[in-house]
Write a new protein. Structure first.
Length: 252
């Protein structure tokens, strides 16, 4: 474990080599690690008016982050699950995708990776555009649907409005559309040969491939939570709203 003094004197490239997560932390503070591989952290921090102690605190904070387990998420009501998924969407869009875009557009690849990076610079922005569209669709249709179903369950709509809402965008149709997006990174995975690199690959490529693979893993977990937890809960909520609605219509 480095002391704070050692940490400041260490070269940025060495720090990132020891822990790829540090590249993300630097990006969080507006520093692109690949621009300063042979400069000390102290020097780089001065250039960007950042205290190295802040970086250390942030790195430790990232290391201690703990995601809730599937069981913990399952035990929570559906609105807590939706709030968690929205928070992950925000993190993907505001932190992970800009970080990956920054590396892809900013690094100067060795000749052996030039063609691959040229393809990735075309492919990745298209992926980001499609991914953000998917998130907006999910939040404006699925999450909104769940919110409306809860409102129906709590009798916040007139009978006429409730009928209109229940007939529109049933959960099973939204689930079918969701499955189409379950392997969004297939093209990038094929281009990078399943993120495989030679041992002597430069640090920039190692960090990039590690972050792409890590992001794909996060998306898989995210999709699994939606498929195995959110949709079953949403289907049950919809059934309950329909049950309640039928009771009301019988009375009337």
């Amino acid at each position: 474990m480095r002391t704070a003094n050692d940490f400041e004197k260490a070269l940025v490239g060495d720090l990132v080599s020891e822990n790829y997560v540090f590249a993300s932390v630097l990006h969080y503070f507006g520093i692109s690690f690949y621009q300063y591989p042979t400069e000390s952290l102290q020097v780089v921090c001065k250039k960007h008016k950042v205290h190295s102690s802040q970086l250390i605190i942030e790195l430790e904070s990232w290391a201690q982050r703990k995601e809730p387990t599937t069981e913990e998420l399952y035990l929570n009501p559906i609105e807590v699950l939706v709030a968690y998924l929205k928070k992950k969407h925000y993190y993907f869009v505001r932190q992970e995708l800009p970080f990956l875009s920054n590396i892809i557009s900013g690094i100067n690849p060795e000749p052996r990776y030039a063609s691959l990076m040229a393809d990735l610079r075309i492919m990745f922005p298209l992926f980001v555009e499609d991914f953000i569209h998917h998130i907006h669709e999910e939040e404006s249709r699925l999450f909104k649907r769940i919110e409306l179903l809860q409102d129906i369950e709590e009798n916040r709509f007139s009978l006429t409005d409730a009928i209109t809402i229940l007939q529109r965008d049933p959960i099973h149709m939204l689930a079918d559309q969701h499955e189409i997006h379950d392997d969004e990174m297939e093209g990038i995975r094929k281009l990078t040969s399943d993120y495989s690199l030679q041992e002597d690959a430069p640090l920039t490529m190692k960090v990039l491939y590690h972050e792409l693979q890590n992001f794909e893993q996060e998306l898989r977990i995210h999709a699994k939570i939606e498929d195995e937890l959110l949709f079953p809960k949403a289907v049950e909520l919809e059934r309950e709203a329909l049950r309640q609605f039928k009771k009301i219509t019988r009375k009337n």
